[in-house]
Design a protein around this ligand. Sequence first.
Ligand SMILES: Cc1ncc(COP(=O)(O)O)c(C=O)c1O
Length: 392
Amino acid sequence: MTLFDVYPLNNITITKAQGSYVWDENGVQYLDMYGGHAVISIGHTHPHWVRRIEEQLEKIAFYSNSVVIPIQQQLAEKLGKVSGKEDYQLFLCNSGAEANENALKLASFYTGKKKIVAFSKSFHGRTSLAVAATDNPSIVAPVNEIENIIFLPFNDEQALINCFNKQGKEIAAVIIEGIQGVGGINIASESFLKLIRTLCDEHNAVYIADSVQCGYGRSGMFFSHDYAGVNADIYSMAKGMGNGFPIGGILIAPHIQPKYGMLGTTFGGNHLACAAALAVLEVIEEEKLIDVAKQRGMYLLNRLKAIDGLKNVRGKGLMIGFDVPEELKDLKKKLLFDYNIFTGEAKPNVIRLLPSLAISRKQVDEFLEALQEAINEIRREKNVEVSDTTNA
Ligand SMILES: Cc1ncc(COP(=O)(O)O)c(C=O)c1O
């Protein structure tokens, strides 16, 4: 049997990981500025996380949601405390797409309405409603094409006002990433998020904060939407929540009431996933990782802004992007294969940095030094090419 070939792979096999480093099968060490796609929040194989999972595994790994699972309640309490949303309710699932799928479905149940407002360059996952609300036709199958999604330009306040004026009665939810990840690190303005809050209140629509990538402390606040001083009705979460152990969830505001059977899942909230997620929150608290993300992020952002050649450096906390000009288009590849540094990307020309929130200042400096050297080297190679051609 072969694997279904849907991923364009780097030809690297990682066999070991610790903190902000990973090693390949030949023992080569790589600095991980990508965090396995924003997933590694507290650092690879953090000892507390490993221990908690091991201890849980010895007791019980799984039982279905037909019995009381006290570790779910422990997780809900800790999450309420660390996120500051203590009066919210928690529904657990397994991934980011599933979290958004449940958020959108719940918004429709709650309002009795059908239309969803989403934004240009959004990414909300690959399940049916989540992908329909994702602005990338190439991953939307014909069966997922529905008429209930309204796409508006990101950060365009007048377009949002016009839309609510026209269709407010039909709108169940607005779904928005506080900082777009896959779209290329685009920050929702605070006034735009405030406007979403106001319009949702006026029109009985649900404000869904997709925090799958920009959440869980990565932005330097627990949720990036917190910068705007607004509370969403539903926050979706995954990625950093389990530090690599698959878990997702939604935080649901108190006015949205549950009903038996309304949502459900077999694996969501299993003992093992909850142990992993609890360990993550304990480490975030203990090591003050949200503050670390804010400080390190600010340092990294400012140093990047000073590097000649990088354009439009932007981001919050440890969710940072910059545009790579045509002359440096091989930068990402060069960082990986010549300097052994993983970074993320967004098409067509953005490098995304999504390291562990526990990355050290020394590791950030190591990255910056390599980045500068890689840029210098590309320029030297280009100049050599130019003078070669001239000589010819
Ligand atoms: C903002 C956002 N929402 C949802 C998802 C989907 O998450 P998952 O891949 O866990 O289904 C992603 C994944 O990259 C994401 O970045």
